[in-house]
Design a protein around this ligand. Structure first.
Ligand SMILES: [Zn+2]
Length: 272
């Protein structure tokens, strides 16, 4: 379904995990971000792109290499792919593809395109790296923490910030990579908000926001949660750790796993 639409920006939302897929059109290009999840949902995004694209070039941006975000890659075989150096050199490409195959097989899902790991054409190596496509200027920031290969993207002329799996309205931090890096990425996001006029924040999961107070709230919510979790882990305060678990939305074996992973990574980084 379409969660948000303006003249140039359309944000689709999957039925699964409230994962977003974004399509941005400018005079020169069509940029597709993380097209996902179900076969019919990817097909609807593809049809939408075919309807609007005319003679424009298509670009496919991946915010990171988690399997739900790369699942629609080969539905857009003509698009030029943008991703971080971390995505380009992802150490677990095979495992990610296996997760897609397992998900599809478990749910009897057939797709009309092959499952492959994205081949990155335009590799983002550093903070502030820019891509100029006609009059469209896009700025990238490396965003490790959730995953090592995360990327935050700002489409300058539209003031759109595509955050990947950060700054959700409801999903608290899931650390698969590094708690220290996650804290730094939140700090970087704060700097991005002051360096660019951001009119629209698009998280990887949940609702977009066009309200700067709400963007700030999300930043503070994530930073505050991480700080409290790190402190509780350092103090081995199990009661607080348990209460922090219950702050997650949609409690399930999945959130339980992510919470345990958060604790494990914090321990490994802060307790030697
Ligand atoms: Zn995600």
């Amino acid at each position: 379904m379409i969660q948000y639409q303006s003249e140039q920006v359309t944000v689709f939302q999957s039925e699964l995990f409230q994962t977003t897929s974004t399509v941005i059109q400018t005079n020169e290009i069509v940029l597709i971000v993380d097209p996902n999840w179900l076969a019919g949902e990817v097909e609807a995004i593809k049809q939408y792109v075919n309807t609007i694209k005319r003679e424009r070039d298509t670009y496919l941006l991946f915010t990171h290499g988690d399997f739900d975000h790369i699942i629609g890659y080969q539905a857009f075989p003509d698009a030029k792919v943008i991703g971080s150096a971390g995505l380009h050199h992802h150490p677990e490409k095979k495992q990610k593809l296996e997760m897609i195959r397992e998900f599809d097989a478990k749910n009897y899902i057939s797709r009309n395109y092959p499952i492959e790991f994205p081949m990155v054409d335009i590799v983002i190596h550093e903070d502030g790296q820019q891509l100029q496509l006609g009059n469209t200027s896009i700025t990238f920031y490396l965003a490790p923490g959730h995953t090592a290969d995360g990327l935050i993207t700002v489409v300058e002329s539209l003031g759109v910030m595509i955050a990947g799996d950060y700054l959700s309205n409801f999903e608290l931090p899931f650390i698969y990579d590094s708690a220290k890096a996650y804290v730094q990425t939140l700090e970087k996001a704060k700097q991005i908000f002051s360096a660019h006029a951001i009119n629209l924040l698009v998280p990887g999961h949940g609702q977009v926001s066009d309200d700067s107070a709400e963007m700030k709230r999300r930043l503070e919510m994530a930073a505050d949660y991480l700080n409290r979790l790190i402190e509780a882990v350092l103090l081995s305060d199990d009661i607080t750790i348990d209460a922090l678990y219950k702050e997650h939305a949609y409690l399930s074996s999945f959130t339980e796993f992510c919470h345990e992973e958060n604790i494990r990574i914090i321990r490994s980084e802060f307790i030697t």
